[in-house]
Design a protein around this ligand. Structure first.
Ligand code: SAH
Length: 241
């Protein structure tokens, strides 16, 4: 069987380390200061990379993934701040849609988050990849899984007011700093995409301390989901075919 080539994008070294433990690496290619690890993961061809933190890093990395490595589907994996009372560190949020919460052209009567002159408000996850992530999550019972909106901006959210506003204004379950930017690049290139985030903190006043404590647990949880999920993504048709 001809498996689709999957791009795996994370923001930080600690998020990649656990993936690299199970990656059967063939080569590493340097581009724009990033190392693209080419190989097999869970028996499927993948390219895995650390894009760095924030939307610009994430966007330029994603375009390289697509243009140069010809990845046919992309998974963004990492940690995030949980929004709302139900979501606890270690839980997983699977994106059904993503919005850039720091895009604000509301003075021209656009809703906050709307990118001017773009055909969509939010970036929807690919339905088949979303289903693969949900099915994979159902095999894990140690922590809770949620499906919903993830919001992205160039800020580490660390206040109860900030977290509440994102939860209420965008109906979001998690906030982070890369996902919607990767989704944006995938959208304009017609590449199937899903974002899976494991909760490291609750985006409140203790967020920076929780982040340090819970990131290792959150990263481990996300990588178990990835292992289960990758083989379920085979059914997604290659966009470059
Ligand atoms: N000093 C830290 C900065 C981490 S930024 C360091 O360099 O290690 C936080 C990272 O985790 C980003 O990649 C972001 O996507 C995610 N994240 C986790 N919790 C977050 C929160 N509360 N707000 C925004 N991003 C968060």
């Amino acid at each position: 069987m001809n498996y689709p080539l999957t791009g795996i994008i994370v923001a930080m070294q600690e998020e990649l380390e656990v993936i690299l433990q199970s990656l059967d690496k063939e080569k590493t290619v340097d581009r724009a200061g990033m190392q693209f690890h080419v190989g097999h993961y869970a028996g499927r061809p993948v390219v895995a990379v650390i894009c760095g933190i924030g939307k610009v890093n994430a966007a330029l990395c994603t375009q390289i993934m697509i243009s140069e490595f010809k990845t046919e589907q992309i998974i963004n994996l990492g940690v995030a701040g949980g929004l709302g009372a139900d979501i606890k560190p270690g839980d997983i949020v699977i994106s059904d849609s993503l919005v850039q919460h720091d895009m604000d052209v509301s003075v021209f009567d656009l809703p906050k988050g709307q990118i001017p002159r773009l055909d969509v408000f939010d970036f929807k996850a690919d339905p088949k990849m979303l289903q693969a992530a949900i099915s994979a999550s159902e095999q894990i019972t140690e922590h809770n899984h949620f499906v919903g909106r993830i919001v992205t901006g160039d800020q580490f959210v660390a206040s109860p007011e900030g977290a509440k506003a994102l939860h209420e204004d965008f109906n979001a379950l998690a906030c982070e700093m890369e996902g919607a930017s990767i989704a944006h690049v995938c959208h304009v290139n017609h590449i199937p995409f899903v974002c899976i985030r494991s909760i490291s903190d609750n985006a409140n006043s203790g967020a920076h301390m929780d982040f340090a404590q819970f990131t290792p647990i959150a990263v481990a949880n996300a990588s178990v989901l990835l292992q289960n999920m990758i083989p379920l993504c085979d059914a997604t048709p290659p966009a470059h075919a």
